[in-house]
Design a protein around this ligand. Structure first.
Ligand SMILES: NC(=O)c1ccc[n+]([C@@H]2O[C@H](COP(=O)([O-])OP(=O)(O)OC[C@H]3O[C@@H](n4cnc5c(N)ncnc54)[C@H](OP(=O)(O)O)[C@@H]3O)[C@@H](O)[C@H]2O)c1
Length: 275
């Protein structure tokens, strides 16, 4: 049973990747900055992806590594380059980097940092696999179930949101060595929907009212974004401005091909527990 190390394994994405890797029969080692004992079946090691502390030990003896950075972290490019070097130095055969769709979109600095990280990881290991997911359906499932999708951008822009469980299934396949070395793949969801359409479909799926509301950027800063400061706030405001301009869509083809089944829809994700 190959051992795989998943960085950032306590976050939304990392948890999903750990679950999918365990379900595939891989021996999983997750990292966190604190001690974790969650009964998930994964082993845990203390490491900090941002400082690099503990990473070399976390990679020791692993066959594959999932390189994942906390969201909108300003040091992503350098930290991912270091993680790739440490993983290869520890003898890890397969690197999988969690990027984003449109990593060269210059309107969003955090996308550009992922573009830089892709190049840096590939410079260390040309065979690394790069996954480029669109934004997740699960960013909005909780709000939809609570009856309101409130966003600080236009309600009529298209998004091809992707199910995090589907992304994690592909991640686990990549960790298991089932994607060709050097693959870069965009993971868009199966539907292109505006926030207004997401709300309408959520009403149908859940059988109760779900409102779509456009809030101002100022309302976001004073409300949901009040605890987000500095460059992270600037990154998210830049992202909202890009969403306001064009939405965020991505090719849905590769995901269904890799899954070997239709990808999960918004209505299906709403009826499932978040994963
Ligand atoms: N959300 C989306 O729609 C989406 C779409 C495409 C790509 N992505 C990308 O997916 C990646 C993962 O996002 P996520 O939201 O799942 O992760 P996250 O929760 O932002 O971070 C993952 C883990 O990193 C650790 N962490 C947090 N802040 C840190 C810091 N300052 N220094 C060191 N470690 C820190 C935390 O673990 P401990 O506290 O346990 O150490 C956290 O659980 C991001 O790079 C994001 O850009 C997200």
């Amino acid at each position: 049973m190959p051992t795989v190390t998943v960085l950032g394994a306590t976050g939304k994405t990392g948890r999903a990747v750990v679950r999918a890797a365990l379900a595939r029969g891989l021996a999983v080692r997750g990292t966190s900055r604190r001690h974790v004992d969650d009964g998930s079946g994964a082993g845990w090691l203390v490491a900090d992806v941002a400082s690099g502390q503990g990473l070399a030990e976390a990679f020791e003896g692993a066959e594959a590594a999932y390189l994942l950075m906390p969201n909108v972290h300003p040091g992503e490019t350098e930290a991912m380059a270091r993680a790739a070097r440490l993983a290869r130095g520890a003898g890890v055969d397969r690197l999988v980097y969690h990027s984003v769709a449109d990593p060269d979109d210059a309107r969003m600095p955090h996308h550009l940092r992922k573009g830089g990280a892709e190049e840096a990881v590939r410079a260390v290991d040309p065979g690394a696999v790069v996954l480029r997911p669109c934004a997740y359906l699960q960013n909005l499932t909780g709000a939809a179930r609570a009856g309101q999708l409130a966003v600080p951008y236009r309600l009529d822009r298209p998004f091809s949101l992707v199910d995090l469980g589907d992304v994690a299934e592909v991640a686990a396949a990549a960790l298991a060595g089932e994607l060709p070395a050097g693959t870069t793949v965009t993971l868009g969801g199966p539907e292109e929907l505006t926030v207004a359409q997401l709300a309408a479909r959520a009403e149908q799926a859940l059988g109760r009212p779900v409102a779509a509301t456009r809030t101002s950027v100022q309302e976001w800063v004073a409300g949901p974004g009040a605890q987000v400061h500095g460059s992270a706030r600037e990154d998210l405001l830049a992202m909202f401005a890009a969403y306001d301009e064009t939405g965020f869509t991505a090719d849905p083809g590769p995901l269904a091909r890799l899954l070997g089944r239709p990808a999960t829809t918004w209505a299906q994700a709403l009826r499932l527990e978040d994963r």
